[in-house]
Design a protein around this ligand. Sequence first.
Ligand code: ADP
Ligand code: MG
Length: 386
Amino acid sequence: MSTAPPAAASGDVADRAAAGFRAGYGEAPAGRWAAPGRANLIGEHTDYNDGFVLPFALTLRTVVAAAPQPGERWTVRSELSDTPVEFGAAEVGEPGRVTGWGAYVAGVVWALREAGHRVPGARIAIASDVPLGSGLSSSAALEAAVLAALVDLGGLDLPAEKRPRLAQRAENAYVGAPTGIMDQSAVIRCRPGHVLFLDCRTEAVEHIPFDLDAAGLAVLVVDSRAPHRHVDGEYAARRAACERAASLLGVPALRDVAVADLDGALARLDDEEIRRRVRHVVTEDQRVLDTVGLLRAGRIREIGPLLTASHVSMRDDFEITVPEIDTAVEAALAAGALGARMTGGGFGGCVLALVEADQADPVARAVAQAYADRGFPAPRTVLPAP
Ligand code: ADP
Ligand code: MG
């Protein structure tokens, strides 16, 4: 699907969800449930290494309008598709039976049932302002909004801190995307005006104030619109390399290699590529901790170099950036951004840049100009701030 919002998607997203429900089912929904997209301030490919991440919620949201329907049947409409998806208990029983975008919804039903919940049959209509496939977690936003709707409609007992694992299970085991825990945690647990400091091993969270306005700053998020290249295979390869390195080093996960012990650890690995992967993960965890330290001290402006160092590490050591992304980062920095990096899993997706509030437009223009100079399709500014 394209990363651009659908042409019909004008107007408030919650109104669109309700209107989609009425048009599709000829009645009003029982309620609406929302979850935001997310961007990750820093901490990339650390989640599946049991490490640290620092995402924040976007103002862009996915909204689900829903109502119960009798029996164990689910009917789902999205404003992005003309064809509704329908499934019952038999189809949902087996991962792989419902495919395409409907699998994200069926996966949530499946994961709830697997966890022993009695999931109510439901009619669902989805609307979203989160661009799809841009690395801003439209998939987790969809899972989280559907999950919230089903939990409320069924009166299920599932506290917020248990929802990320369940939504992750839907995406890993049902959809078949091997994501870590960051996306679902971010869209479920982030609070406005804060970044979520998440320890992906323990799932402990700390909400750290991130008041850009007060600091006279903004975060510019630019959708690179780079076509995703081999993203599933490359993601799996990075994950496998990290797991192999942890096993060679005799630790449960790369999170257990302290940055102070990095040189010693690298000396024990003879494959140069694996060494680079390890160096990224270990230094990235430390950059998250350093960023948290600065934010706790109210020194937001000083995190810029950490963001840029994270980008360099992703580019040179983890090798997950693409020319469009590197161009956007370089252009943002040259135009005065305090720091800039790719955000998300890589091979496309978005770049975020920390800028003086009054520099957001000039920096966005500089990125667009650099794209034009290189002959890339125009990038898109997704939002100026969390
Ligand atoms: P990201 O999470 O970065 O946006 P993913 O590839 O993980 O990218 O998830 C995108 C997929 O999620 C889409 O291709 C689609 O299958 C599904 N999806 C997300 N939002 C919606 C929506 N509003 N309507 C239908 N499907 C959606
Ligand atoms: Mg996703």
